[in-house]
Design a protein around this ligand. Sequence first.
Ligand code: AMP
Length: 249
Amino acid sequence: MKVLVAVKRVIDYNVKIRVKADNTGVETANVKMSMNPFDEIAVEEGVRLREAGTAEELVAVSMGPAASQETIRTALAMGADRGILVQTDDDLQPLAVAKLLKALVEKEAPQMVIMGKQAIDDDSNQTGQMLAALLGWPQGTFASKLALGDGAAEVTREIDGGLETVSLTLPAVVTTDLRLNTPRYASLPNIMKAKKKPIDTMSPADLGVDVAPRLTTLKVEEPAQRQAGVRVADVAELVDKLKNEAKVI
Ligand code: AMP
């Protein structure tokens, strides 16, 4: 079976995010970028299926600027076989990404798409669900365990208050949660080998997808600064402050 894995280039999770002075977005110039952490988990899961012989081919796909090639190279160094970059400098919203992925699924005919449950830059948590809906495929989101059987996948999902196990008929979309696995580091020999693996580049127009934004961001602001705490002398003072200052009792 063929597996497609979606990898997004995002601001590295260690970087302290700064809002642009004109409040139009966050600063990305001269900022370290990396693969979205949930997508590293998706790649790891795909590589494990590949190593187990369950998957014959693992294709890493990314949508975004030319530099997203680096993110695909990381996936190739982890063990993916080849990459596809849908190159655009346009701002891509989840619906546009889902439409591009749908077009790639129609072209590549994978049995499974594995992606992150959310991208840590927009925190949308929408693309996997939208892709499954557009394709009419079953979805197993927030997977903490994935087991493949004959033409079906069993996905254990992390939900409020516990775990839920669902059985999906393939082809299906699976989105990863943190506890699914621990992604490997790419070894130096594998990084060198990845340089020779092929990456196809195409544009949204080549796939016949209109990626024009459907949402407008009005303003991006820093969260309000937290006020310093105060130490109270006794319970009476605490109750007084709760009643008269915070007005919560
Ligand atoms: P989101 O719905 O934006 O939180 O993203 C959920 C998942 O969709 C991510 O973890 C990725 O696997 C995938 N995804 C979103 N945007 C892109 C992109 N531009 N390129 C590749 N994959 C993406």
